[in-house]
Design a protein around this ligand. Structure first.
Ligand SMILES: Nc1ncnc2c1ncn2[C@@H]1O[C@H](COP(=O)(O)OP(=O)(O)OP(=O)(O)O)[C@@H](O)[C@H]1O
Ligand SMILES: C[C@@](O)(CCO)CC(=O)[O-]
Length: 410
């Protein structure tokens, strides 16, 4: 498979891949405008597009989402019905996702889904996935000033992911960025000149569209997840849109530990909002402390990069040990916000026994913990892995900071 940056015409088949993410520091406080640090993961989602040459009225848009066991077909008359359900009277612009009449468009998509008996009985994850997909399709492909949905050739969109759904590894952001990239690509290739270039400006547009999809799954996302999935690498992020790339000369490794406890990001973000409304000053103080941790960590990452470039092992070890102190403090502050879970605390304790430091990542409440893997601690890591596996947790040793959204010709 060839990775491309530019497409000149719409091929009959192509695919898009997008990484997941781990938040290293600053989850939750990032929702309230504080700094956070996150990196892309080498686990990816892959969206495959196949265009049908023969017109099939009953299978005009075929969507396969095997991770949530959803396989649906929309006929051309379903598509017309979907478009007439949209009640937004305001125009919006393909290049300006934030002008979209979000609430009315979502309402239109919901009305359409409810009107179709074939969608009755879908589970929450399936409904959310379908809603995101249809919303991004109509919002991106059917801007009132340049309607592009009508006149499309029938196609199959199939999206599979290596990422566990609902575990804090950014499955929803990776899903939304994949969809947004696909529809932005289709929209661009239907206009003269028919060129789609995956440059930084386009990644920003894709990330902003994906943010609206994230609003459907999460309610009040910070924008961190969609940005890190779109741009990749290791980034420091502040809401609404300040992104700083942090250099990563020789990779940072973490052990991803799966508690196998399912949880829901929207609920956890709401839990923090409730605590904040009850104890505004205290929660603000906790979040300011998280901000200071992230500011310090950003400096440490830069110093680590320099130390690694100079092969200064002693300096690297001392910087890693300061980073571990920050991770430990961040986990305790997240505990104070009520988003940890006994399984996450158990992993942090088990890591401590082996002189390693772990913390929850993402929304918490279950999902994943991450353990920092400094150079030279291989033996401790092997022992910890065995112990974690023995307790029924899942482990994977991952390197952080791979590429963001990519385009592939099959
Ligand atoms: N591969 C996928 N196929 C279809 N839908 C998906 C896929 N991945 C995620 N989703 C959608 O995203 C929702 C999961 O979002 P949620 O935020 O709870 O989990 P997450 O993204 O894994 O966690 P976090 O945002 O904390 O990293 C699912 O309910 C589903 O609707
Ligand atoms: C909990 C949170 O900080 C991370 C979810 O991956 C929410 C967000 O940033 O939108």
């Amino acid at each position: 498979m060839t990775t491309m940056e530019t497409l000149k015409n719409l091929p009959s088949k192509f695919s898009i891949s997008v990484p997941g993410k781990v938040i290293l520091l600053g989850e939750h406080s990032v929702v309230y405008g504080h700094l956070a640090i996150a990196a892309s993961l080498n686990l990816r989602s892959k969206l495959e597009y196949t265009c049908f040459d023969e017109l099939n009225e009953n299978d005009f848009v075929h969507i396969k989402l095997p991770n949530i066991k959803l396989d649906i077909s929309l006929s051309s008359s379903d598509l017309n019905h979907l478009l007439t359900s949209l009640s937004s009277k305001n125009g919006w612009d393909f290049n300006n996702p934030f002008n979209v009449d979000f609430d009315n468009l979502v309402l239109g998509v919901e009305t359409f889904i409810k009107s179709q008996t074939k969608f009755h009985g879908l589970e929450t994850q399936q409904l959310l996935g379908l809603k995101c997909c249809l919303f991004l399709m109509v919002a991106i492909l059917n801007c009132p000033n340049q309607p592009k949905l009508a006149g499309l050739k029938p196609f199959l969109l199939s999206l599979t992911s290596d990422l566990p759904v609902g575990a804090g590894a950014g499955s929803s952001a990776s899903f939304c960025v994949s969809l947004a990239a696909f529809f932005v690509c289709l929209a661009s290739l239907r206009e003269e000149p028919r060129v789609f270039c995956l440059d930084e400006k386009t990644k920003d547009l894709i990330s902003n569209w994906a943010f609206l999809g994230e609003r459907i799954t999460h309610g009040n996302p910070s924008g961190l997840d969609n940005n890190v999935c779109a741009f990749g690498s290791l980034i420091a992020f502040r809401r609404p849109n300040t992104i700083t790339k942090i250099p990563l000369c020789s990779g940072v490794r973490v052990l991803l530990v799966d508690t196998k406890v399912s949880r829901n990001t929207r609920t956890l973000v709401e839990r923090v909002a409730t605590l904040k409304s009850h104890h505004e000053a205290i929660v603000q103080t906790i979040m300011k402390a998280m901000e200071s941790i992230c500011v310090e960590a950003e400096k440490l990452f830069k110093l680590l990069d320099e130390a690694k470039k100079c092969h200064s092992t002693e300096e690297s070890l001392s910087l890693f040990s300061r980073m571990e102190e920050l991770w430990s403090m961040n986990h305790s502050l997240l505990q104070a916000l009520g988003v940890s879970h006994p399984s996450l605390d158990q992993i942090v304790q088990m890591s401590k026994k082996h002189n390693l430091v772990g913390k929850l990542t993402g929304a918490g409440g279950g999902g994943f913990a991450i353990v920092l893997v400094p150079t030279g601690k291989e033996k401790a890591l092997t022992l910890l892995k065995d112990e974690l596996l023995g307790c029924g947790f899942g482990v994977s040793d991952v390197e952080l900071g791979g590429p963001g959204v990519q385009l592939h010709l099959n």
